[in-house]
Design a protein around this ligand. Structure first.
Ligand SMILES: Cc1cc2nc3c(=O)[nH]c(=O)nc-3n(C[C@H](O)[C@H](O)[C@H](O)COP(=O)(O)O)c2cc1C
Length: 504
């Protein structure tokens, strides 16, 4: 079981570099589109994490911040290493580990000072563009600073801290416009601040132990303080310092923190979007959205700016997909566990789907089990932006193998039968481009509306048993028997297979 001290971002960079998982881009690259384009190309080639050290307009000698790091999580090996494992782990091992740690808590501790306060910028000296914030894609409305930054907010009634990841676009030197999706914790807090006629204090943390991103980007029940979960993952309390201009706490050795207040006064709103979103689409039209007014920027010496190209493409999962895949599988498994559904063997979310599709492997013990699984997932609030498609497979199908799952869909699903189940007009996701625009209006609907699909790719139990199929309901699969495999293994060298150097 991994148990290691907190990384700071530099430790994480070093670890990945030493394991051949991080490359430095030392040639000049432009923050305007070029950097984002290279990130996406490297995702497509399943390449390493990238440290950019020579960014146009941000020379190392004079810039306040000259380096950007991206892609730390963008492979399952890197997810495993950053969680603290020695090397890549199978899906089930990671999901079980996350399931266990998500239920544990270690309260943070407050320390007097930390490297994050080495430099404190306030008032007219604030300029967000002193940091190398990319315009990630040519269709983006502007330079997006908030891609993997973690936003700290607080419930004004209970004082409970919350950490989440939300997108944010630089509006001008001291304002960041944000997208708040309904039912997120900070949206609930926002309504409480609105009732008090107060702005929302925020602290945006860019770069610390990546475990922060792994926890902040996932859905915990309202009332859970993500700092306590981060502590549980590392087996020790998170060291936090008080912010300089807002009443919030941030990791003492974070790279950089942007403090400020989110105004709820519509006259202060700013145009935000479109943005190359996790779906791969340039999401939504320019919309007036709340903007954070920055009151301070604090940072370490020579800070590393942490960011990512959010958009996953049809053939290239983004870092976002990897950050949330294991968590979204674990949260689905937790829902099924709490619903008391038996026989769950493994749950898999492929990074390309960002959790839109979840694949559940079961030991089937009754015919209605797949429907019950879908109903439990769709009946839970955790499904708000995920689990649109639920695929259930038998215990002989590896849920982490695309080919195995596809095979099961091809030969165990009869599309005209109850193998497919559609559940219409449930809670949906405003960023899903396949839903009609009128269903993506939280202002009208509270939360967006969406339709959902169950693919029951298990063998149906409704067929009669047949004597010629060993009294089973499906014909036997033409797999090699153990004795066939044993024979091949024994005779492999004797076959003298030319031009193929494979060992058995
Ligand atoms: C890279 C990344 C970007 C995200 N962007 C947004 C966003 O712009 N708006 C949003 O509401 N949620 C966004 N999310 C999802 C939230 O971070 C996630 O739902 C989290 O559970 C929110 O925490 P909360 O429920 O404590 O507010 C993003 C997640 C990740 C990993």
């Amino acid at each position: 079981m991994p148990d290691r001290d907190f990384f700071n971002l530099r430790d994480a960079v070093q670890l990945l570099e030493s394991r051949g998982e991080l490359a430095t881009v030392s040639g000049r690259i432009h923050w305007d589109v070029e950097l984002g384009a290279l990130c996406r190309e490297v995702y497509r080639r399943k390449g390493p994490a990238l440290l950019f050290s020579n960014i146009q307009d941000y020379p190392a000698e004079t810039a306040r911040c000259s380096q950007l790091v991206s892609g730390l999580f963008a492979s399952m090996r890197r997810v495993s290493l950053l969680l603290g494992f020695d090397d890549v782990q199978p899906n089930k091992r990671l999901v079980e580990y996350v399931l266990e740690r998500n239920d544990m808590r270690i309260a943070p501790r407050i320390v007097e000072s930390g490297p994050v306060h080495k430099h404190v910028i306030t008032g007219k000296d604030i300029d967000l563009l002193e940091f190398p914030v990319p315009r990630w894609h040519f269709l983006d409305a502007g330079r997006y600073i908030g891609t993997l930054g973690c936003v700290v907010t607080k419930d004004p009634e209970t004082q409970q801290l919350n950490v989440g990841i939300y997108r944010g676009m630089v509006v001008d030197r001291d304002r960041i416009a944000v997208l708040i999706i309904s039912s997120q914790s900070w949206e609930i807090f926002r309504e409480k601040y609105r009732a008090r006629n107060e702005p929302v204090p925020m602290a945006w943390v860019f770069g610390w132990d990546p475990i922060m991103e792994f926890i902040a980007g996932t859905t915990f029940p309202n009332g859970v303080c993500e700092y306590e979960v981060m502590g549980a993952y590392r087996g020790r309390p998170v060291p936090l310092v008080k912010c300089k201009t807002v009443d919030l706490l941030v990791p003492a050795d974070a790279e950089m923190v942007v403090e400020g207040y989110l105004s709820l006064d519509p006259s202060t709103f700013a145009l935000e979007g479109p943005f190359g979103e996790v779906t791969g689409y340039a999401s939504d039209v320019p919309t007036m959205r709340p903007a954070m007014k920055v009151t301070a920027i604090t940072h370490r010496d020579d800070p590393l700016f942490r960011a990512t190209a959010a958009a996953g493409l049809p053939n290239a999962p983004s870092e976002f997909g990897y950050v949330i895949a294991i968590q979204r599988a674990a949260i689905a498994w937790n829902v099924l566990r709490n619903a008391g559904i038996p026989g769950i063997l493994n749950v898999c979310v492929q990074p390309i789907s960002n959790g839109t599709t979840v694949i559940v492997q079961i030991k089937k013990t009754y015919e209605g089990q797949p429907k019950q699984i879908a109903a439990a997932l769709w009946g839970s609030l955790t499904c708000k932006s995920v689990y649109k498609i639920v695929i259930v497979v038998d215990d002989d199908i590896d849920p982490t193998s695309y080919e195995a799952v596809d095979w099961a869909i091809n030969y165990r699903v009869d599309p005209g039968s109850d193998d497919l189940g559609v559940f219409r007009s449930t809670i949906g996701w405003a960023l899903d481009p396949s839903a009609p625009l009128e269903n993506r209006q939280p202002s009208e609907l509270g939360i967006a509306l969406g339709n959902r699909l169950l693919i029951d790719a298990t063998k149906t139990w409704r067929f009669p048993r047949r004597a010629e199929w060993n009294n089973e309901k499906f014909p036997p699969v033409s797999i090699n028997r153990p004795e066939d495999i044993e024979l091949m293994k024994r005779r492999w060298e004797e076959y003298r297979i030319k031009n193929w150097d494979e060992k058995f």
